[in-house]
Design a protein around this ligand. Structure first.
Ligand SMILES: [Zn+2]
Length: 265
C-alpha cells in the first residue's frame, strides 16, 4: 500500500485505538513511516500529559503580545486574555485566607488548607488550567509536526544551486536549482526578480570555459522549470545563463546575457 498521508499518521499517533489495520501494518514494514510515526508519538507524549495546574504560573503579558504579533491578529484582541487573572487569583487567595467567624469561633476554610481547589477557584480556572485545551494543543502540535515531517520528506532536495546575478545593462537577479524527482529525472528551476528581455528569455547551461552550451528552453515569465537531458554531467556545464533572444529564427545564443550564475556542483 502507499505511505499513509500525514493526517492519517497523526490520527494513529494521537489515538492508540484508532482503527486502521492497513496503516498499522504498513508501520511495521516501512521504516520511513515508522520513523515519522515515532516522531509524532514523542510529540503526543510531550504535550498530552496534563500539567498540574497548581504548578503553573500565569503567563506574563509579553507571551500574549508575542502570540498576537506572530499571528498578525487584529487590534480587537490585542489585550492579553489572561490580564486581570492575576488580580482575580490574588483576590481569591485573600478571600480564602480570611478566617470565617462561626458561632463565635474562628475557623479557617477547608479549601484554604487544600490550596486553590474550592468551587470559586474551579470556576475561575483559566484555559491553561483545564485539560481540554491541552488535548487540543497536543493535537495541534502533532499536526504541525506532521506537516513539517511531510514537507521535509516531499520537498525534492536540490542537487545543485546557483545565485543568478545581473550582467551589465540589466538588474534582474535570482536563483537556480537542480532538483531530482523520485524517478531520477532532473530539472532546473529558475527564478528571476523580473523579465527584462527585449525579445524573449532563453535558459542555457554553459561549460566553464564557455566553449559548449546546451539550450534548456524558453522562459516567458520570471520563473520556469526545465528538464535536463539524461546523461548530462552538471560539472561539465555548471554555468546557468538566461539570455535575451531576438525572435529571428537563429537558434544560437544571442551573446546577450541578462543574468548568470555557477552551480555549486
Ligand atoms: Zn511508508
Amino acid at each position: 500500500m502507499p505511505h499513509p498521508d500525514p493526517e492519517e499518521l497523526s490520527l494513529l499517533a494521537l489515538y492508540e485505538d484508532w482503527e486502521d489495520g492497513d496503516s498499522r501494518e504498513h508501520l511495521r514494514v516501512c521504516p520511513e513511516c515508522a520513523a515519522d510515526f515515532a516522531a509524532l508519538r514523542r510529540t503526543v507524549d510531550a504535550v498530552r500529559t496534563t500539567p498540574d495546574a497548581r504548578l503553573l504560573e500565569a503567563p506574563g503579558p509579553q507571551v500574549w503580545a508575542g502570540i498576537h504579533c506572530e499571528l498578525g491578529l487584529s487590534e480587537a484582541v490585542q489585550e492579553d486574555p489572561l490580564s486581570g487573572l492575576e488580580g482575580q487569583q490574588a483576590a481569591e487567595r485573600e478571600s480564602l485566607a480570611e478566617p470565617v467567624q462561626l458561632q463565635g469561633r474562628t475557623v479557617s476554610r477547608p479549601e484554604q488548607r487544600r490550596g486553590a481547589t474550592g468551587p470559586a477557584a474551579r470556576r475561575a480556572a483559566a484555559w491553561w488550567q483545564r485539560p481540554g485545551p491541552w488535548m487540543a494543543a497536543a493535537a495541534a502540535a502533532v499536526l504541525v509536526t506532521a506537516g513539517a515531517v511531510w514537507s521535509l520528506n516531499q520537498a525534492p532536495r536540490p542537487l545543485a544551486e546557483a545565485d543568478l546575478a545581473p550582467l551589465a545593462q540589466y538588474s534582474a537577479a535570482g536563483s537556480a536549482k537542480v532538483v531530482e524527482s523520485a524517478d531520477g529525472a532532473r530539472a532546473l528551476e529558475v527564478r528571476l526578480s523580473k523579465d527584462e528581455a527585449q525579445g524573449y528569455q532563453e535558459v542555457w547551461l554553459i561549460a566553464s570555459d564557455l566553449s559548449r552550451l546546451v539550450s534548456l528552453g524558453v522562459m516567458n515569465s520570471d520563473s520556469g522549470t526545465f528538464q535536463l537531458p539524461a546523461g548530462l554531467e552538471l560539472s561539465d556545464y555548471p554555468i546557468v545563463d538566461v539570455s535575451d533572444e531576438p525572435v529571428d529564427g537563429n537558434p544560437a545564443h544571442s551573446s546577450v546575457s541578462i543574468a548568470r550564475g555557477t552551480l555549486n556542483t
